[in-house]
Design a protein around this ligand. Structure first.
Ligand SMILES: Nc1ncnc2c1ncn2[C@@H]1O[C@H](COP(=O)(O)OP(=O)(O)OP(=O)(O)O)[C@@H](O)[C@H]1O
Ligand SMILES: [Mg+2]
Length: 240
């Protein structure tokens, strides 16, 4: 069997007295689309930050295609192709959609290849109508798509999406779900989301975080029917 795309071994992160991640062993296969769920404060965003090198673990390691990347700087990890859309927006609001994508694409390409990548993502993300618009003036859902475009322009080998559908209308959520499934045809993804209907529409395999640890992993039905998972959501409609 080939090495997993990404793997964590005994990953631990403490912030002072807060044990945000408590010994996570996680593996993602090449080509996979994995959903990460769990209540507020479960450690999902912290886990992403450990994968991208934005923060360093207290203990444990991160392996990318079998290579230990734990000690690498965030920019070195980004260069290896781990792209992330964080919970906090990272677009330049004063620039147009096309300019934002151009900046992202120009980090990895030269000459004509930049424009090709930009136009390909504009088409894929159905941003054509807004390509010349000032990004800060777009609707929230459209801006989120620009963020996705920025990640895709980086030619990622792995895409991490932290709450890609947050604050979107029902229609935008549906469109985003379709895009994620489409993107997964040629990119592995890990998607953190709270919206269970959204998870249901894209998920194959789900990892449930709770209090910094993996509570369970399984397919959609196993997870949504699990009493343990229902319990950690304290009656929130997990199966909705
Ligand atoms: N920089 C930090 N300093 C101190 N504590 C932190 C820091 N970042 C996260 N934490 C704490 O670590 C725990 C996990 O937080 P994290 O943001 O990873 O949760 P999450 O699962 O992403 O939650 P949400 O669903 O609300 O986004 C929380 O208790 C949080 O308060
Ligand atoms: Mg979070």
């Amino acid at each position: 069997m080939s090495a997993p795309l990404i793997e964590t071994r005994g990953l631990v992160k403490h912030f002072g007295g807060v044990q945000a991640i408590r010994g996570v062993d996680f593996t993602l296969a090449e080509g996979e689309l994995r959903c990460l769920i769990g209540p507020n404060g479960a450690g999902k965003s912290t886990f992403f930050k450990l994968l991208t090198g934005q923060i360093k673990p207290t203990n444990g390691s991160v392996l990318f295609r079998g290579t230990d990347i734990t000690a690498l700087q965030a920019h070195e990890i980004a260069r290896r192709g781990i792209g992330v859309k964080t919970q906090v927006p990272s677009v330049f609001n004063g620039l147009s959609v096309r300019e934002n994508l151009w900046i992202a694409a120009a980090r990895h390409r030269k000459g004509k290849a930049i424009a090709q990548a930009v136009e390909a993502q504009i088409e894929r993300l159905m941003l054509g109508r807004f390509a010349a618009s000032v990004t800060g003036q777009l609707a929230h859902g459209q801006r989120q798509r620009v963020e996705l475009g920025i990640v895709l322009c980086g030619e990622p080998n792995l895409i991490l999406l932290d709450e890609p559908a947050a604050g979107m209308t029902e229609e935008e959520r549906g469109r985003t779900a379709e895009m994620i499934v489409e993107i997964n045809r040629d990119h592995p993804l890990i998607v953190v989301e709270h919206d269970m209907a959204f998870i249901r529409s894209i998920a194959r395999r789900i990892t449930v975080f709770n209090q910094g640890a993996i509570l369970m992993e399984g397919d959609v039905d196993e997870v949504f029917n699990s009493q343990a998972v229902r319990d950690v959501y304290l009656g929130k409609a997990v199966a909705a």
